[in-house]
Each structure stands twice: as C-alpha cells, then as structure tokens.
Design a protein around this ligand. Structure first.
Ligand code: AMP
Ligand code: MG
Length: 408
C-alpha cells in the first residue's frame, strides 16, 4: 500500500511504450476521412496540369497592350472563345486575343490574361483599357504540385482538406492505419443496463456508454460487451471474449474493495502488469497491463474518473495506434484565466472539469460546482480540464493550465 503513486506523466509514458501502431489497409477515399495516412502520397501529374486562366477575360500578347489606358485603349481582334474544359484551336498572334473563361487553357502565343472588367467589347473586337503585369492571371502548370513530388506525407490526418487534395491526386484508394477496435467491459453487481428497472442498491451502467462514445469521438471502434458481475469466473469469461479486440477497457473492480476481482483474473490469465495507481484526482485506481499482446486498461469505476482517465491515458494510446505522429497524442494544453477562486488542498493533482470560452480573444475558465468523481453533471457543457496541482490556491483572474477536450 505504501508504494509511491506514479505521476500522470510517468503513467502516460509507461502506457505508450506498450502501444503498437496498427497495420495498414487500403480504403475507398471517403472512408479515409478522420483516419491517418500510412504512406506518403506523391502526385502522378502536375497540378494544374497545364497553364490556365485565373479569370474570365482575354488571353493576349502583353507587348500589344503594354501602353493601353482608358483614354487610349488598344483594340484587338478576337479570334476564338475558349470555355473551361476545351482545348484552344487557334494561337494568338500580334494584334489578336482569345476570349477565355476561368480554368480554360491558355492558347499558344498568349502570355497574359486581362480581366474582362478591364476591357470593353467593341463589335468583334476587344478594347483593353488597363494593362496588367506581364504574365498576369495565369495559373502555371505544376504551381500547386509537381509530378513525383510527395504531396501528403505519411502520418497526415485525413481532414476534409486533405481528402480534397487526395481526390485531386486521383487517389480512389487510400492507405490508412487500421482503426483500433476497443472492447469495453463494465463490472459490478450493482450495475443495470439503461433499459432495466432500477432495483434498490442498483445504479445504471453509464460507463460503457461514455467510454464507447469517447472511442468513437477519437477515431476508434467500440465493442460494447455485456455487464460482468463481481464474480471471478464471469469476469474471466468476459475478458477472454474481449481479446478479439485491439484494446480492452474495463471499468470498476480495480480498487482495493473485497469484490475487486479484475486484477486477480488478469494475473491468472498471465497479464504483464505495468502500472497501478496514479497520483491524480479523479482517477487514482488505474491499472494497465499487457494481456496476450493486447493493451488492457482497468479504468476506475467512478463515472467521471473513467472518462478523465480515458482522456489522459487511453486517448493518447488510441492515437498512437491509429498512426498519429508523436506530438499529437495528448490533449492540447493552453493557459486560461480563472473566473473565480479555485483551491486544491489535497495531495494529488486535480483535473477540474471547466467551461473554457473565448472573450475578446482571451480564454476564460469557469468550473461548475459538484466536482465529485461520481457527479457526471460536471461533464455537461464542459470542454476543458484545469490542472490544479497539489496545494495550489488560485484567485479570480489568475492563470491556470487547461487541457482542451471539446469545442471552444
Ligand atoms: P469500483 O471501482 O468497482 O469500486 O467502482 C467505484 C464506483 O463506481 C462505485 O460507486 C460503482 O458503483 C461505480 N461504478 C462502477 N462501474 C460503473 C459503471 N459501469 N457505470 C456507473 N458507475 C459505475
Ligand atoms: Mg465494483
């Protein structure tokens, strides 16, 4: 009992050491959204594929119009209309221009495009009133990406923007890391399912839902297992059935209570224990082991503790497994100004659920009352965890470090 607790950072590092990066699969482009690219993607062709016009206007030879002005417009013969998507048939000679649309190929002979706003149509001729710089309004071949160049590096998250870029590179199939499948197991004789009657002494199993939702929100696929009673054989069967997943999360049963059988069962199954108990509040009783090659998190049973522990330890592990690059595994941390006093008279760091909001460009933090580890209402409308070190006493207006876990 007297072994010192690990710091949350030590525990995070220990956990991450045992997390494998999952393998690669090729998925249809749109299914790659939210996943992580497993191989760098090079361009097969230049983009833009050819020089094309950035404006609706006239393609022409700059030498012809260099001296044009509203008082002394230059008249040019219009030889062709070039819509986007077609190949010009005529080249532009001295004293000539082609009407050109945005995205249309620049015809041979032309070196500049004049915007239609800087011209006036005069019968079959065009009068140029304002000369742009030479080469203006032409998007050059390859100026976005060059053939052969690696455009999207391995480890890139496939965001909507990256997806559009991959589409422009004609990648119908995309190599991404597998999404971690996460088995979720809640233990406890007191638990009933959401749709079961609440007999005296019972509470609703909320952890399975909260943890599964966090998995989905973090790019993993939850596998929700039935409740296991506080009984060795049942917990053992449940754990064995969870081994089909890449990760196993259980909640409850890892404390020091008389019916906390989870660690015993894991021990019997040959698990290699890595850590137990972290200096944090909520969330002290955290057990982590490797069971037949699979990372296993024994999360605390208290509902808020299980969610906060997920964010600190499981989320980084899932991100590593899914191929996210180091440096992006942990929740982003920022400085915020407290809107009220906040004390931590205990001896462990507190993770205080708080509302972070931007006001005139400054980040403000306010923590709701009721921060008990059983008080799920503290998760409602909150998007941040304030890091309140042991002994810290802060006043309104003081700066506090905050981890961001929801939209600002
Ligand atoms: P334990 O770690 O099993 O001692 O559980 C600690 C506290 O969390 C107890 O008050 C449990 O009733 C509660 N608890 C355990 N599992 C769940 C669950 N799946 N959903 C909601 N509360 C739970
Ligand atoms: Mg229990």
């Amino acid at each position: 009992m007297s072994d010192p607790l690990l710091s949350p950072e030590q525990a995070q590092q220990l956990v991450l050491q045992d997390i494998p990066v999952l393998g690669v699969e090729r998925v249809p482009l749109f299914d790659a959204l939210g996943r992580v690219l497993a191989e760098g993607i090079a361009a097969r062709h230049d983009n833009p594929p050819q020089d094309n016009s950035a404006m609706d206007g006239y393609a022409l030879r700059h030498a012809d119009i260099a001296g044009a002005s509203a008082g002394q417009p230059v008249l040019l013969e219009v030889v062709e209309d070039i819509p986007a998507g077609y190949v010009p048939r005529k080249s532009v000679g001295p004293g000539q221009a082609s009407r050109i649309m945005t995205g249309a190929l620049v015809p041979e002979g032309a070196d500049t495009v004049v915007r239609v706003e800087d011209t006036r149509a005069e019968g079959k001729k065009a009068a140029v009133l304002v000369p742009p710089a030479v080469g203006a309004n032409i998007r050059r071949r390859g100026e976005d990406v060059r053939a052969g160049q690696e455009v999207v590096p391995a480890g890139s998250p496939v965001t909507p923007g990256a997806l559009a870029l991959l589409a422009s590179l004609q990648r119908a199939l995309v190599p991404v890391h597998r999404q971690p499948v996460v088995a979720i197991l809640s233990t406890g004789d007191e638990l009933v399912e959401v749709d079961e009657p609440l007999a005296p002494g019972k509470i609703v199993n909320s952890n399975t839902y909260g943890l599964a939702a966090l998995c989905l929100a973090n790019g993993a696929l939850p596998l929700m297992l039935p409740i296991a009673r506080d009984e060795e054989a049942q917990i053992r069967r449940a754990v064995e059935s969870a081994l089909s997943a890449d990760f196993i999360l259980s909640s409850g049963g890892v404390s020091v209570g008389d019916y906390d059988y989870v660690k015993k069962v894991l021990d019997d199954l040959g698990a290699q224990a890595r850590l137990w108990r972290v200096a944090m509040k909520p969330g002290k009783p955290l057990f982590f082991c490797v069971l037949q090659g699979k990372p296993y998190f024994g999360l605390p049973g208290n509902p808020v503790s299980s969610l906060v522990s997920f964010l600190q330890f499981v989320r980084p592990a899932l991100r590593k497994a899914a191929g996210h690059l180091p440096g992006t595994w942990f929740l982003p941390q920022v400085a915020a100004r407290l809107e009220h006093d906040l004390f931590n008279d205990g001896d462990r760091r507190q993770y205080v659920r708080a509302r972070l909001r931007l006001e005139e460009g400054r980040l403000l933090a306010a923590a709701p009352q009721g921060q008990g580890s059983h008080q799920l209402s503290s998760m409602l409308g909150t998007n941040g965890l304030l890091l309140l070190e042991a002994g810290m006493r802060l006043g309104a207006g003081d700066e506090v470090q905050a981890q961001v876990f929801g939209d600002l």
